[in-house]
Design a protein around this ligand. Structure first.
Ligand code: NCD
Length: 330
């Protein structure tokens, strides 16, 4: 569980979700991540703040961006990084999630990054281990580092998050990215709109402080940011859209629908993108509007900031504050 923290520091030991983080804590992580962008763009990309520490990536679900960027983030900070391949682990011999976690914990890692198909699994695991845990995505619940990297991308491009109109479109019902972004954007003072067919928008989601639209052009009117989501077919039990072609017709982002948003609106997508299903190639590859690859770049910087924050190695965390020297006795 995220524990309450002083507003301008990041104190929680785990990062399990955005829900419960204050705007000060989010700003603290974004500021730290901003500092890593330049390091990552330079030729010499190493810092040694995590030297001697061990990071284990434990992914029970497919991943390209999240796993690779956590690995890079850990290595750039000087940590030893292990990627546990679930496909070749004892999970397939019947070992439970908790037993796997206890086994890894016995090897004294400092951070576990966990992705799991079940909502709540990462929080449960965090209660059984003695190291810090970062949620790399749990079911359709939360994906905190994705929301942070989205926020960093927006803040760097627009200068602020507060006051912006952000429209999130597509399969909201199965998306942990949508949920984490709704929490973060609301906490930072943005206005959040959701667009999708009724089958893919959870009932009562307005309670999260969002506006719901089923007509994409209306939802995009005057938007500063357009965030597209793919259909999460692996989480769907049953049929939620008549056909992929019809989904694209009504809810796929193309130049015509994008024209309803502000002329300088940015197009975002957490990836992986499915061209012709939720986004047209001409929009996804439009270098003036699409920041999809920039989101990937920000992902490494954000994960570096998160790793430092949970290990208490960041300059801004209370744990890393220089200790006052004891006065010598005379
Ligand atoms: C997202 C995820 O896994 O939740 N992808 C990611 O982390 N970049 C979104 C998705 O899979 O559609």
């Amino acid at each position: 569980m995220n524990t309450p923290a002083p507003d301008t520091h990041f104190a929680p030991r785990h990062i399990l979700g955005i829900e419960g983080l204050s705007s000060g804590e989010i700003t603290c992580l974004l500021d730290a991540a901003d500092g890593f962008v330049a390091l990552n763009r330079g030729r010499q990309k190493k810092s040694n703040s995590l030297q001697g520490l061990t990071l284990i990536n434990l992914f029970f679900e497919d991943s390209t961006r999240t796993r690779t960027s956590f690995e890079l983030a850990g290595k750039r900070l000087g940590a030893d990084v292990i990627n546990m391949s679930v496909a070749t682990s004892s999970i397939h011999k019947g070992e439970s999630l908790i037993d796997t976690a206890m086994t890894l914990n016995a090897m004294h890692p400092d951070v576990l990054v966990v992705r799991h198909p079940h909502s709540g699994a990462v929080q449960l695991l965090s209660q059984k281990v003695t190291c810090a845990v970062i949620n790399g995505g749990d079911g359709s619940h939360e994906h905190p580092t994705q929301a942070l990297l989205d926020a960093l991308t927006i803040r760097r491009r627009k200068g602020t998050i507060g006051g912006l109109v952000v429209t999130i479109c597509g399969d909201i019902a199965h998306s942990r990215v949508a949920r984490s972004n709704i929490h973060l954007l609301n906490t930072m003072g943005a206005r959040v709109r959701l667009v999708g067919p009724p089958t893919l928008i959870p009932p009562m989601i307005e309670r999260m402080g969002v506006e719901v639209f089923h007509d994409m052009k209306k939802g995009l009117e005057g938007a500063d940011i357009v965030m597209m989501l793919r259909l999460q077919l692996e989480r769907m039990h049953g049929t939620f859209v008549p056909s992929l072609r019809e989904n694209f017709h009504f809810y796929g982002l193309d130049a015509d629908k994008l024209a309803a948003a502000k002329p300088d609106a940015l197009v975002m997508h957490p990836g992986p993108i499915n061209r012709g299903v939720e986004i047209d190639t001409s929009v996804a590859d439009d270098i003036d509007r699409s920041v999809i690859t920039e989101q990937v770049e920000m992902g490494v910087a954000v994960r570096m900031a998160c790793l430092e924050a949970v290990t208490g190695t960041a300059a801004t965390t209370p744990a890393a504050k220089p200790k006052r020297k004891k006065k010598a006795r005379s």
